[in-house]
Ligand binder design. Structure first.
Ligand SMILES: [Zn+2]
Length: 348
């Protein structure tokens, strides 16, 4: 039995104790390091969380009134929140700032708040703010411009038109705004017949030859004959997408044969065979392919003022709010519609 027990003074006992100690130290050190790393990550998470979680309204109130940051810093912060689409936080900052800013900055901050309400879609609040600014400072063109936009979004085109009067008194060019709003009033008129609307829109167009896209989009949709009759050859490229989508039965081949660009466009579409090439790359490729490949034109719209690119046609740019600055850009894409109809026909 005694052979199973190691003597206290046996050298083997010391070696076992030594290894046990090493094992204990290694284990403790391993778990301690693991714990410390976890704590480090937690600290980093806490640190990073500061940049992703937003201060609550009460925290904002305290921070702004304490005055640790300058008004300019708060304005920059509110602007960056709005730019990232967090209008709620931006509005909270402006509202808190309005309680502490001096009289000089009050109107500017109020204007920024009105702008943010407008962008966030709170049109009634935005309107009230711009009306408040104009009540004490009627000659503020920025507020008048935004009030026009607010009324336009509210579909109150007559009130928007009224706001243009003081802008005109301030020597601002209101011609395109005025034509645009008058066109919107006509297009949204529930009493006028389609023919009456078309005639009145054409009369409006002939006053200053603006808003070609907006007016001819309506005319080609409701009365292609009238649209062709009043078609301005020099504006063909501006409405190329509308022309490209007209039904073959609605084409006026007399007018098309007299216009070089239209001849190229409809040869590319395969309606006629009057030209062998085009100076426009996309049309040239389609003419040379002669319908042998499933390709068609695709369109995108660039604002000539702010260079914003949009997939849909627009008359007023949603970014810079300029009117009639859209440029149509062509590109070649696969014609899925043609592919689909051919696949369907193959079953017949
Ligand atoms: Zn623009």
């Amino acid at each position: 039995m005694n052979t199973f027990f190691i003597e206290f003074r046996d050298p083997l006992f010391s070696i076992i104790v030594f290894f046990v100690l090493i094992f204990v130290i290694a284990t403790v050190s391993y778990w301690f390091n693991k714990y410390r790393k976890q704590e480090d990550y937690k600290h980093l998470d806490k640190f990073l969380k500061q940049f992703t979680t937003l201060p609550s309204q009460n925290e904002l109130k305290v921070l702004i009134t304490r005055g640790d940051l300058s008004e300019k810093s708060w304005l920059l912060l509110a602007h960056s929140y709005a730019k990232n689409g967090d209008y709620e936080k931006s509005i909270e900052i402006y509202n808190e700032l309005l309680k502490v800013v001096d009289q000089v900055n009050y109107r500017d901050t109020l204007f920024l708040l009105g702008k943010t309400y407008f962008k966030a879609g709170f049109l009634e609040r935005s309107k009230q703010i711009f009306l408040n600014i104009l009540k004490s400072n009627p000659r503020t063109p920025q507020a008048l411009n935004y009030l026009v936009l607010v009324y336009e979004q509210m579909r109150d085109y007559t009130s928007a038109l009224d706001v243009l009067e003081p802008l005109e008194e301030l020597n601002k060019d209101i011609l395109s705004e005025s034509t645009y709003l008058k066109s919107l009033i006509l297009l949204n008129d529930m009493v006028l017949s389609i023919d009456e609307k078309s005639i009145k829109l054409l009369d409006l167009y002939k006053e200053n030859y603006q808003l070609t896209y907006m007016i001819f989009e309506y005319l080609f949709r409701v009365n292609p004959k009238l649209a062709w009759k009043n078609f301005d050859n020099s504006k063909a490229e501006n409405i190329v997408d509308i022309l490209w989508k007209i039904d073959k039965k609605d084409l006026n081949f007399d007018i098309i044969s007299q216009n070089g660009y239209l001849r190229e466009l409809y040869t590319a579409r395969g309606d006629i065979k009057e030209v062998a090439s085009s100076s426009v790359f996309e049309l040239d490729v389609l003419i040379k392919l002669q319908q042998k490949v499933n390709a068609t034109l695709s369109f995108e719209y660039i604002c000539d003022s702010c260079k914003g690119v949009y997939p849909f046609a627009f008359t007023r740019c949603t970014s810079c709010h300029s009117i009639d600055k859209s440029i149509v850009e062509l590109s070649l894409v696969k014609d899925y519609h043609k592919n689909y109809s051919e696949e369907n026909n193959s079953f017949m």
